[in-house]
Write a protein that binds this ligand. Structure first.
Ligand SMILES: [Zn+2]
Length: 74
């Protein structure tokens, strides 16, 4: 949870909506992302979608059942 919170803070510092996300499988973080909507001028670049992209790039992780932790910081 703390990692997702740090990513949200990173997003805030980059002048994004402060959302961070991590995917966890067997107590291991397998993907992490933050909101990059302003940076990329792409409204779909939410933290959780950036995490999903990381899983798609690494097909090994596609079959994992993971927990998704999203933190919002204001
Ligand atoms: Zn979202």
């Amino acid at each position: 949870m703390e990692s997702a919170f740090k990513l949200a803070y990173e997003a805030l510092e980059a002048q994004e909506v402060p959302v961070g996300c991590i995917f966890v499988h067997n107590n291991e973080i397998i993907a992490s992302g933050r909101n990059t909507v302003n940076e990329t001028h792409n409204a779909t670049r939410h933290a959780e979608l950036n995490c999903i992209d990381q899983c798609i790039c690494n097909s090994r992780t596609l079959h994992y059942v993971c927990s998704c932790f999203i933190r919002l910081r204001y």
